[in-house]
Design a protein around this ligand. Sequence first.
Ligand code: NAI
Length: 346
Amino acid sequence: MNPIKIAFFDAKEYDKNSFINSNSNGEYEIKYYETRLSEDTCPLAEGCDVVCVFVNDDVNSTVIDKLYDMGVKLIALRCAGYNNVDIEYAYGKIHVVRVPAYSPYAVAEHAMALLLTSIRRIHKAYIRTKDFNFSLNGLTGFDLHGKTVGVIGTGKIGRIFIDICRGFGMNVIAYDKFPAADSGIEYVSLNEIWERSDIISLHCPLTEENRHMINAESMEKMKKGVVILNTSRGALIDSEALVEGIKARKIGAACLDVYEEESNVFFHDYSNHIVNDDTLARLISMPNVIVTSHQAFLTNEALSNIADTTLGNIKEFFEKDTCSNEICYKCANLSNCNQAHEKKCF
Ligand code: NAI
């Protein structure tokens, strides 16, 4: 039997290393492309059975049509979020699989690392002592102990983040569209999250309904000095409103691992360029904003889980009737989806 052919888009050195390791027996023929998948780069998938994509590959309806015409059978996301794939349009044409969890610890720990860095001014202190400046002026932080953190989204990552916060002696309140029964979590309304939280951390997927959930109106309800953490998806926050909130001294600090226009800049070295995105440049210029470029997942453990699960998804899809990590727009209401009967979605 011919090996399954995979067109691997947006390939970085660390991706290649982990997939080469996982594919050490050469079971799959993988073509690595540095470019992202888009309408223009679709032809690179000619002759392939699978396209493997990441968070910023644009898998819109035109791309799906082109892939379908080429005979591509499977879109294998090597990430958890799938807001960059038109899954409703893909339904009935090309199956979509994802890696639902690769290391929720990696993301939750990164969120806490950002929070601690920000409120204890580690990012400032690091630069100062590098320059033998040992002054403490302007580095005063605050204790996390006793503060209230509002967690939005209590899935795998959100719950680990909650456990970490509890370890710090923080009070945890949470909002989830589908609250978990018997979880011991204090669920409150979104309004209460805005009003009661000293720190707000986003751990929910991006959907049409929660796009810009942090906006001028919700910020108005927040405590003065609130710290906002986003390791989820950039468009959960209206970035321009965030800039205004920080300028008005309403928002005390923001820690962003994701940004709504990140696909134009993140994962690339623009250190010798003038960045055209004024909102991002303004945010980065602020002393109480920390930006990391979608790095929260980036641990050795997560990379090797991503590679193993992605190749496992592909194997299951081609060898079995089941496809455990398949997603479709009907899965949200499982009773409408064939997954309920342990079959492929269509
Ligand atoms: P998960 O699926 O385990 O949990 C998501 C939770 O959000 C669920 O409890 C769900 O009920 C809830 N939810 C869904 N819609 C909601 C809404 N409108 N409002 C509030 N809650 C809602 O997902 P997991 O693994 O915890 O990941 C969370 C998010 O983290 C992902 O969707 C992804 O966007 C992001 N992520 C970011 C990474 C990074 O490197 N920065 C890496 C991995 C994931």
